[in-house]
Ligand binder design. Structure first.
Ligand SMILES: [Zn+2]
Ligand SMILES: [Zn+2]
Length: 554
């Protein structure tokens, strides 16, 4: 009997983000990706959201390594936090480790972390597993499929992928090698990206974007061109730069991460820009508009990102004018649509011409559509299948797709965040809810599993707060002075002033009534003040602000 292999999903199966799985056998653990989830309107004020690592409490010393499949934040963004708990080597490609190095430096864990470079096609011993790393195409360079040999056979992890037949760097997904492994020794379990499991057909190749960009430059002679895309999407940046150089423009980067990633890509030989063609953003003003191209971050209109700042008139470097053409080489990530629409409106109000993927074919997804997923399934021919990397709807669609390709229903298992799948001699099974918590929230320097602050911030953001301060002399059974109202964001100040006397009267009556009833406990007085305040606020304004009662005893 071979030892069981357990895979525990700490994130990525329910949200797109915070991808992290723990692979283990015989109490020897390997992390497969370690990413963050970007906060949305449901988590106001959180800086990042990490997987909840409580599954590893008391077991961090058993973590022997982490594999990072590619350089996206939803795969590397929580690594620094995990490495604050324990030190272990991190395996990844040169480009991935280039970005990881920077994130670990920011997190103050770089000096005691061993970064181990992986090259395409290499097989390495990672903790208890022998792992063969295969090239895969995606919207960041140098992604890696992991074929993990375990005591229970090969587990194939697709990483985020599309099957681009003509990738910009010519680095094709190694389907032939996957077919070989499928033939011998066979693939026991496939863990596969589900992001586009609802999208029919196949995605366009990345190299189809270059000609579209080139046309934009041809159509905008004499105008300044400002482009925005993900800073990690080096193949897009290369195509923008190539179009700019072909049209005799100088290139400047805008936004810290763009500057850093372009420098890394140049250093790794992925991106070639002649020295006299790259200029500092400070120098852009000294060139004619038609002679420059600015390559910027902020395609998702992220708060304080370079392009969003420029659109709002808050950029130190770029004043948007009627002679600007702004090119968004991206599509909105779900949840960002409203912010992007606001940014586009701001840009157009300043006179700019704005081109985006809604009007031109300026973007293609990095995640394969159904035809591409089907190709991987047919090539890998796994014995068992668990969809990963998706919201619940994507995971379910991916299971249905696998079944439509002939996989028996009982061999495609739907797991969720916090579940553990167990691969044993007699097959794959799920142990549900092995992990209690799901999310860790970082607020500034503090990381906590508790989401109370987010709930409070949502109420404060929507409704404001109403505080009432009451002073009592419990011994004498008397209220001292009048209750005091402190409110923020509840009503317009004039209305608050108008309502204040009635509210104070109601609260005073409740407190005096309680003291007359012989109530002496401060907790009970708090409750009475809260109830009187809440009832008045609800009756008078039909709102539900946060009620903050304060009872002081002298
Ligand atoms: Zn991802
Ligand atoms: Zn990705």
């Amino acid at each position: 009997m071979a030892a069981d292999v357990r895979i525990t999903f700490l994130g990525g199966l329910g949200d797109i983000g915070r991808n992290c799985a723990v692979l283990e056998t015989d109490d020897r653990l390997v992390l497969l990706d370690c990413g963050q989830l970007f906060p949305d309107e449901m988590s106001p004020g959180a800086d990042s959201i990490y997987p909840d690592f409580s599954y590893l409490d008391g077991r961090w010393h058993q973590v022997e390594a982490a594999i990072v499949t590619h350089a996206h934040e939803d795969h590397i963004g929580a690594l620094a936090h995990a490495l604050g708990e324990a030190s272990f080597p991190v395996y990844g490609s040169a480009f991935t480790l280039g970005l990881v190095r920077h994130r670990l430096d920011e997190g103050d864990v770089l000096s005691n972390t061993d970064l181990r470079l992986v090259t395409d096609g290499e097989t390495l011993q990672v903790g208890p597993f022998s792992v063969e790393f295969l090239p895969v195409t995606h919207s960041v360079p140098s992604g890696l499929i992991s074929a993990i040999t375990t005591p229970q056979g090969v587990v194939l992890h697709s990483s985020d992928f599309k099957l681009d037949p003509t990738p910009l760097d010519g680095r094709l997904t190694d389907l032939p090698r996957i077919a070989e492994i499928a033939a011998d020794p066979g693939i026991r379990l496939l863990l596969c990206d589900s992001t586009n499991a609802n999208s029919p057909g196949a995605t366009r190749s990345e190299t189809e974007i270059g000609p579209v960009l080139d046309n934009v430059f041809a159509d905008n002679v004499g105008r300044r061109i400002i482009t925005a895309c993900f800073a990690s999407h080096i193949h897009r940046v290369i195509q923008i730069v190539d179009a700019a150089l072909a049209h005799d423009r100088k290139v400047a980067t805008l936004g810290l991460s763009m500057k850093r990633n372009v420098a890394l890509a140049r250093q790794l030989g992925m991106l070639t820009i002649p020295e006299d063609s790259i200029v500092d953003i400070e120098e852009v003003a000294s060139f004619a508009d038609g002679d420059v191209c600015i390559v910027s971050t902020g395609s998702q209109a992220e708060n304080r990102s370079a392009l969003a700042m420029a659109a709002g008139g808050d950029s130190r470097w770029v004043d948007i004018t009627a002679n600007d053409t702004v090119v968004l080489s991206s599509t909105p990530i779900p949840g960002n649509e409203a912010a992007i629409a606001r940014m586009i409106n701001n840009l157009i109000e300043r006179g700019a011409r704005v081109l985006h993927s809604g009007v031109l074919g300026l973007h293609t997804s990095g995640h394969g559509n159904r035809d591409e997923l089907a190709t991987l399934h047919k090539t890998a021919r796994p014995e068992w299948f668990v969809p990963v990397h998706g919201e619940h709807q994507h995971l379910v669609a991916h299971i249905e797709l696998a079944q439509s390709l002939g996989m028996a229903a009982e061999r495609a298992l739907l797991a969720r965040d916090g579940d553990q799948v167990v691969l044993a001699d007699d097959g794959l099974s799920i142990e549900a809810d092995v992990v209690d918590g799901l999310y860790l929230y970082r607020h500034g320097a503090v990381v906590s599993p508790n989401d109370d602050p987010l709930r409070d911030r949502r109420i404060l953001g929507q409704e404001g707060f109403v505080g009432v301060v009451v002073t009592v002399d419990v011994e004498a059974g008397e209220m001292v002075g009048e209750p005091l109202l402190v409110a923020r964001g509840w009503m317009p100040p004039d209305t608050e002033l108008e309502l204040e006397p009635e509210l104070i009267d109601d609260v005073a009556r409740a407190v005096v009534g309680a003291l007359d009833d012989g109530v002496t406990g401060l907790d009970e007085l708090h409750r009475r003040v809260r109830r009187a305040t809440g009832q008045y606020v609800s009756r008078a304004t039909r709102r539900r602000p946060m009620i903050v009662p304060v009872v002081v005893s002298i």
